[in-house]
Design a protein around this ligand. Structure first.
Ligand code: NDP
Length: 440
C-alpha cells in the first residue's frame, strides 16, 4: 500500500457556492423551488403562462404546517419502506463486484453492481400488482395524489440524514480485522472546519453502513427510481381518467425511463464521477439525489397529465432525433473516456502529465473539454420540448440543468488545475472550448 507523508485529510481552504451564504441559500431556496413547482402543476391549478396566474397565497394554502408532515405516520411509513427495501435489495441482490478509484490511503472500495437485477425485480413487482389489482394500482395513484406531500417529507428526510452523516463523520471507524480504530477519509472539499459548510458539502467521502455505500446507493436508487415511478404514475393516471394513452406523456416516460435505465446499465461509470470520487456526502447530495431529482425532473410528465397535448408524428420524430443525437454524444463521449482510461484506445492523441494519468485530446475530447455535458443537455431539451409552448415553466429542467452543468464544468476545471497543475494549461491550449465547440 503506497503511503505518502501528506496528511490523510487535508484542510479545505477554498469555499465553493459562494461559501456559507450560498450554502444557506441553496439549503432553504431549492426545497422551496421544488415545492412551488410541484404546487404550480396540479389538476385544480391550470397554469397558462408563467407569472400570469401565479398566486403565491393560493399555492401556499395547500401546504400544511410543518408539524403535520413531521408526524404523518402514513407518508413516513411509505417513504421509509421504499428507502429501506431498496437498501436491503442493494445489499442482497447478486451482481459483479467492482473496485472504485484509489483513495488517499491507497485502498480501493468495492461496490456491488446489481442495478439490472433490481430493475428486473421492480418491473416484475409492478407487473404482478397490475395483474392483481386489475390495472388499478392504487399505490401508484396514491403517489400521484400525494406528490407535494412526499416532496416535503423527502426534503425533511434529506435534512435529517445529512445531520446524521455529518455527526457520524467525527467517529473513527473500526480498524482492519475488527481491531483498533481507523481515521475516516474526508472529502477534499468538505473539511473546512465550518459546521454549516461542511454539513452542506458533506464531510465524509464514502460513508457506509455495513456493506451499503450510502452515497452510491442514494445516487442511483431511491431518487432515480422514484423519478421513473412518478412518471409512470402520471401516465397511469391519464389512462385511468381517459382510457387512452397520450403520446406526449408516453414519449417523456419512455425517454426518461431509457435515460435512467442506461444509467443503471452503465452503473460502474458512476464510480469515476466527481460525486463519488471528490464530493463528500452531505445535504447537497442527499437533497439533490433524493428530493430534487424525483420531484422536479418529473415536471414534464406531471404537466402533460394536467394539460395534455398531442404531438404530431413529425414533431415526435424531431424530438426523438434530438434525444438520439444527445444520447449518442453523451454516451459515446463517456464511453470513449472510460475506454481510454482502461488503455483501450492507444491510437487516439493524448498528453502525458506529471500526475501520471494521460489526458485525451482527440475524438470527442478533442472537440471540447466536456462534450458529454452538451449531449446530456440536448437530451434534457428534447424532454422539455415535448410539453409544447404553453408555459416556460416546463423548461425549468433544461434551464436548471444548463446551470448545473456550467457550474460543474467550473468546479471540475478548478479541481483539474489543482490535480494537473501546468499540464492542465497545456491541455487547455490544445482543447480550448469548455462545453460547446466554437461557442463556449
Ligand atoms: P466528466 O465525465 O467530464 O469527468 C471529468 C473528469 O474526467 C476530470 O476530473 C478528469 O478526472 C477526467 N478528464 C477530464 N478531461 C479528460 C481528458 N481529456 N482525458 C481523460 N480524462 C479527462 O464529468 P462528470 O463526472 O461531472 O460527469 C459524468 C457524466 O455524468 C456526464 O455525461 C454528465 O453529463 C453526467 N451528469 C448528469 C447529471 C444529471 O443530473 N443527469 C449530473 C451530473 C453529471 P481524472 O483525470 O482524475 O480522471
Amino acid at each position: 500500500m503506497a503511503k505518502s507523508n501528506a496528511p490523510l485529510n487535508p484542510r479545505t481552504t477554498s469555499f465553493e457556492f459562494s461559501g456559507i451564504p450560498g450554502a444557506l441559500g441553496i439549503t432553504f431556496g431549492l426545497p422551496l423551488v421544488c415545492v412551488v413547482l410541484n404546487q404550480m402543476i396540479r389538476p385544480d391549478y391550470h397554469i397558462t403562462g408563467f407569472f400570469s396566474n401565479f398566486d403565491v397565497a393560493e399555492l401556499w394554502n395547500h401546504i400544511k404546517p410543518l408539524k403535520w408532515y413531521m408526524t404523518n405516520r402514513e407518508l413516513w411509513t411509505y417513504y421509509l419502506c421504499w428507502f429501506g427495501s431498496l437498501a436491503i435489495l442493494d445489499v442482497v441482490l447478486p451482481g459483479p463486484v467492482m473496485e472504485g478509484v484509489e483513495l488517499r490511503d491507497g485502498t480501493k472500495l468495492r461496490y456491488k453492481i446489481n442495478g439490472i437485477a433490481l430493475c428486473s425485480l421492480l418491473s416484475s413487482v409492478l407487473a404482478v400488482r397490475w395483474k392483481l389489482t386489475g390495472g388499478q394500482l392504487p399505490e401508484l395513484q396514491y403517489l400521484y395524489e400525494h406528490q407535494t406531500d412526499f416532496c416535503i417529507i423527502v426534503v425533511i428526510f434529506s435534512f435529517i440524514m445529512s445531520v446524521f452523516l455529518y455527526m457520524a463523520s467525527f467517529f473513527p471507524l473500526t480498524g482492519e480485522n475488527g481491531t483498533g480504530t481507523k481515521e475516516r477519509i474526508l472529502s477534499v472539499s468538505g473539511n473546512t472546519g465550518n459546521v454549516i459548510y461542511d454539513w452542506f458539502i458533506g464531510r465524509e467521502l464514502n460513508p457506509r453502513v455495513g456493506p451499503l455505500d450510502l452515497k452510491m446507493f442514494c445516487e442511483l436508487r431511491p431518487g432515480l427510481l422514484l423519478w421513473c415511478l412518478i412518471n409512470i404514475s402520471c401516465l397511469h393516471h391519464y389512462y385511468l381518467e381517459t382510457g387512452k394513452i397520450n403520446n406526449a406523456i408516453l414519449f417523456v416516460t419512455l425517454a426518461q425511463g431509457f435515460y435512467v435505465f442506461d444509467g443503471v446499465l452503465n452503473e460502474e461509470g458512476v464510480l469515476t464521477m466527481m460525486d463519488i470520487t471528490t464530493d463528500g456526502f452531505g445535504y447537497m447530495l442527499t437533497f439533490g439525489d433524493l428530493a430534487l431529482v424525483p420531484f422536479t425532473y418529473t415536471l414534464q410528465a406531471r404537466y402533460l397529465t394536467v394539460s395534455p397535448i398531442t404531438l404530431t408524428k413529425g414533431y415526435l420524430a424531431f424530438l426523438t432525433g434530438i434525444m438520439a443525437l444527445g444520447y449518442y454524444i453523451f454516451h459515446s463521449a463517456n464511453k470513449q473516456k472510460s475506454d481510454f482510461r482502461h488503455g483501450k484506445l492507444p491510437h487516439l492523441e493524448s498528453m502525458d502529465t506529471k500526475r501520471g494519468t494521460k489526458l485525451l485530446c482527440d475524438g470527442w475530447w478533442g472537440m471540447s473539454q466536456h462534450m458529454n455535458y452538451f449531449g446530456d443537455w440536448l437530451i434534457s431539451l428534447s424532454w422539455c420540448l415535448a410539453t409544447g409552448f404553453q408555459t416556460p415553466l416546463t423548461y425549468y429542467y433544461s434551464l436548471y440543468f444548463a446551470t448545473l452543468l456550467f457550474h460543474r464544468q467550473q468546479r471540475d476545471e478548478h479541481l483539474c488545475k489543482i490535480k494537473y497543475g501546468d499540464d492542465w494549461k497545456r491541455y487547455e491550449e490544445k482543447v480550448p472550448y469548455k462545453i460547446i465547440p466554437y461557442v463556449y
